[in-house]
Design a binder for this molecule. Structure first.
Ligand code: UGA
Length: 436
């Protein structure tokens, strides 16, 4: 089947490459000429493990190609995916649908055959109805169906998530939509991945409900972590103890500095806006958003405490290990590291940082932070080392070397990747999250 993927960003590119790998004939489209030129040269616009080789092998097999020409790309395509960005609209947190609607209009105008138009971008409830209206208004003579097919990929694990999904959600209102989508996902269906067919609005809401629920789970365990510190309990054991209950489940119960990234912060805000628009408040999600936001700066204050409090911290130096919102990505969007560095900077603390992939993007976002070539360079002369992102490279630091290089043996582990007994036995003052 020929598939057109409009938007060659994170979601479009990963989905396009994976569909091609399943044997479909995929054309990825983007307005950004330089991005398409680079993709044609095999240069990925994002860092995602395994993506470059997946793209290369499918380009070589002539199943995957890139273009800026939408009309040519959608000609003969039975499924046309819209995978463009839906950023938070400035000022009100609503998802900005400008790009989605522009693509819908252009697709309608250039449609050359019957096709299913699939929104893969994360879009608020009702967007599919509007896309359908826009395409109808172009006066196209072809039969078309508009389907919602949200993605549940995690950055850093996106290819695995795409190929072995927990479920595939399809929101379709008619047989044309359902039949074509069944064909699109047939390779996965044979792998026994469950496909859930629901109404279009339901599908749109499933995406937001899933992300809001996961954000809630994280925020819940983060609050439990704070309580653990006060009452002398261990949040890792609490997470294990509740997670073994199948009704709760063990995933997404890892306490840390708060969630970030391109999805949870944006999608929780957009869900709040939808709830407000429909006069159906979601108080839990409201609390999650506020709690997570304040947590990031609170983590900066935790580092200040390790330096002896805000007064004593002035003029000291912190080595920050990890900047991205999570490992295996170069994505800095809403990363807790930004708020933590700001809190430290406001308190007159100098910050030197190292991140395996995120430093180029981080630099303009954190102008007062000095970026280092490797972790030990950041640690040199530091009064405290703060682990902010759990990159594998930080899991086995040479603690003796850290002690030699640092000004003081102080380790603040915001991701709980060290065993407190080991680190203390190595002579460190050690603080972590939710482990008193
Ligand atoms: C998230 C969802 O997990 C995906 O299913 C979804 O498709 C995606 O958003 C999206 O909507 O596009 P992602 O943002 O890539 O994926 O990252 P996650 O692995 O979910 O992590 C999000 C944040 O939560 C990170 O800052 C991470 O450090 C934090 N987190 C995660 C925790 O603090 N504790 C946990 O136990 C899990």
């Amino acid at each position: 089947m020929k598939i057109a993927m409009v938007g060659s960003g994170y979601v479009g590119l990963v989905s396009g490459a994976c569909f091609a790998d399943f044997g479909h004939d995929v054309v990825c489209i983007d307005k950004d000429e330089s991005k398409i030129a680079r993709l044609k040269d095999g240069v990925m616009p994002i860092y995602e493990p395994g993506l470059d080789s997946l793209v290369a092998s499918n380009v070589n097999a002539r199943r995957l190609s890139f273009t800026t020409d939408l009309a040519e790309a959608i000609e003969g395509a039975q499924a046309i995916f819209i995978a463009v960005g839906t950023p938070s609209r400035r000022g009100d947190g609503h998802a900005d649908l400008t790009f989605v609607y522009e693509v819908a209009r252009e697709v309608g105008e250039k449609l050359a055959n019957d096709a299913v138009i699939v929104t893969k971008s994360t879009v608020p409830v009702g967007t599919g109805d509007e896309v359908e209206r826009i395409i109808k208004d172009t006066g196209t003579a072809h039969n078309f169906a508009v389907v919602s097919n949200p993605e549940f990929l995690r950055e850093g694990a996106a290819i695995g998530d795409f190929k072995h999904p927990d479920r595939i959600v399809i929101g379709a209102e008619d047989d044309l939509g359902r039949d074509i989508m069944r064909e699109v996902y047939r390779p996965l269906f044979l792998n026994e991945s469950p496909i859930l067919f629901v109404g279009r609005r339901t599908s749109e809401l499933i995406k937001y409900a899933a992300n809001a629920f996961l954000a809630t789970k994280i925020t819940f365990i983060n609050e439990m972590a704070d309580l653990c510190e006060k009452v002398g309990a261990d949040v890792q054991d609490v997470a294990r103890g509740i997670g073994m209950d199948n009704r709760i489940g063990s995933k997404f119960l890892h306490a840390g500095p708060g969630y970030g990234g391109s999805c949870f912060p944006k999608d929780t805000l957009a869900l709040l806006k939808t709830a407000e628009d429909y006069d159906s408040p979601t108080r839990i999600v409201e609390a999650v958003v506020k709690t997570n936001e304040s947590r990031k700066r609170a983590m900066g204050r935790k580092v200040l405490e390790a330096l002896g409090g805000a007064e004593a911290a002035r003029g000291k130096k912190v080595a920050m290990l990890g900047l991205t919102f999570k490992p295996n990505t170069d994505d800095m969007r809403d990363s807790p590291a930004i708020a933590i560095a700001q809190t430290l900077g406001d308190a007159g603390v100098k910050v030197a940082a190292f991140d395996p992939e995120g430093m180029d993007i981080a630099k303009p976002l954190m102008p007062d932070v000095s970026m280092c070539e490797q972790p030990y360079e950041a640690i040199e002369g530091a009064d405290a080392v703060a682990i902010v992102t759990e990159w594998d490279a930080f899991r086995a630091l040479d603690l003796n070397r850290v002690k030699e290089l640092a000004n003081a043996p102080v380790l603040v582990d915001l991701r709980n990747i060290y065993n407190p007994d080991d680190v203390r036995a190595a002579g460190f003052e050690y603080s972590s999250v939710g482990r008193s």
